[in-house]
Design a binder for this molecule. Structure first.
Ligand SMILES: *Cc1c(COP(=O)(O)O)cnc(C)c1O
Length: 359
């Protein structure tokens, strides 16, 4: 078997969920498990949180159905609502909470014949300008939805654009716009993603929506997951599958773009961009070989990449290479590659076996 595995510590996810809840005592939390739980495996993450979770949040009806099959009671929030009129019947059968972010969605709901009423979340566009209604439209739809036979709870939700940049002026505006609607009668309110849970108590409202923090990565560029009290969840570990010595002036990898400036010992590692390692990670991006941080050299290929082992002459074929994990935060690798932990985690591909520990 090809030596590459993503090992996933389920007890760390439970710990990180508890951190979210401790940040906002008395509030409830939808554990965000969209995109296969940010690449960690929705089934296993849902099972791991089964007993303590208040709810889950997902991006589609298909994801919601998978979660419902594993958890009969938890609230499940459809973050983008329904994408077609027929989806409301299924949403009602599954007992989902649905976001309403545009007029067609509300109109389809108001003519739907449902087996039971749905809890709905009117989405305010408080400044991100991606999804949601203006303040005036929220007021208008609130009047139309209150008392509608299709509606159980009528709730309010919005989403931050810049909560990960502390002190960004838009965040305060977004909180103010949200609060400006609270003269309306809403059963529940939800505003906070991970960044807001961790740093903006005024945004906690009734229901938190922690995503990235559950997976042990930080939403902030300047605050590490460790400083935030989060435990690392995924370790992506490969092996050295070949080692060679090269002379000054010899190149490594596609394009022969990296050329040795000293006699070098080069290891070939069993992980490439088809596993989700970023192809654009530059020379110098660090990985751990036997616990030592060593640099990537050459271009990342589909199934392999190269590491400069010159500083670790004892390294041997078969030694473990951690691409990210407990001793090398995914956020550090992401920064080196010009992206964010969210992307690296959610793009670990299907062919990488997940191994679960502490279930
Ligand atoms: C993905 C998502 C979240 C979770 O965000 P994190 O930054 O991962 O905590 C919360 N709310 C909405 C609407 C989302 O789409």
């Amino acid at each position: 078997m090809r030596p590459l595995v993503a090992s996933i510590d389920l007890s760390a996810i439970r710990h990180n969920y508890a951190v979210a809840k401790r940040c906002a005592p008395g509030r409830q939390a939808f554990a965000v498990v969209k995109a296969n739980a940010y690449g960690h495996g929705a089934r296993e993450v849902v099972a791991a949180l089964h007993d303590e979770v208040d709810g889950f949040a997902v991006a589609s009806l298909e994801e919601a159905a998978e979660v419902r099959a594993l958890h009969g009671e938890a609230r499940i929030l459809l973050l983008e609502g329904c994408f077609a009129a027929q989806e409301y019947q299924v949403a009602a059968q599954l007992g989902l909470d649905v976001v309403l972010h545009n007029a067609p969605q509300v109109q389809q709901l108001l003519v739907a014949r449902l087996g039971r009423p749905l809890s709905v979340w009117l989405k305010l566009d408080s400044g991100m300008h991606r999804l949601g209604f203006s303040e005036a439209a929220v007021r208008e739809w609130h009047g139309r939805l209150q008392g509608a036979t299709q509606v159980a709870e009528l709730n309010l939700l919005s989403h931050f654009a810049c909560a990960d940049e502390r002190g960004h002026p838009l965040t305060e505006q977004q909180v103010e716009r949200f609060i400006g609607l609270l003269d309306l009668d809403f059963a529940q309110r939800s505003l906070a993603n991970s960044a807001a849970i961790l740093t903006i108590p005024a945004a906690h409202m009734d229901w938190l929506r922690p995503g990235i923090m559950l997976y042990g990565a930080s939403p902030f560029s300047e605050l590490s997951a460790e400083v935030l009290g989060l435990r690392s969840v995924m370790s992506l570990t490969a092996e050295l599958i070949a080692i060679r010595e090269i002379n000054v002036g010899e190149a490594v990898g596609y394009g022969a773009s990296w050329v040795a400036a000293r006699p070098s010992r080069i290891g070939t590692v069993s992980c490439g961009y088809a596993d989700g390692y970023p192809r654009h990670a530059p020379v110098g991006t660090l990985m751990l070989v036997n616990g030592q941080r060593l640099p990537l050299v050459g271009r990342v290929s589909m199934d392999m990449l190269a590491v400069d082992l010159t500083e670790q002459p004892g390294a041997q074929v078969g030694d473990a290479v951690q691409l990210w994990g407990a001793q090398l935060p995914v956020d550090e690798v992401a920064r080196a590659a010009g992206t964010i932990g969210y992307e690296l985690l959610s793009k670990v591909t299907q062919r990488v076996p997940r191994r679960y520990i502490n279930g």
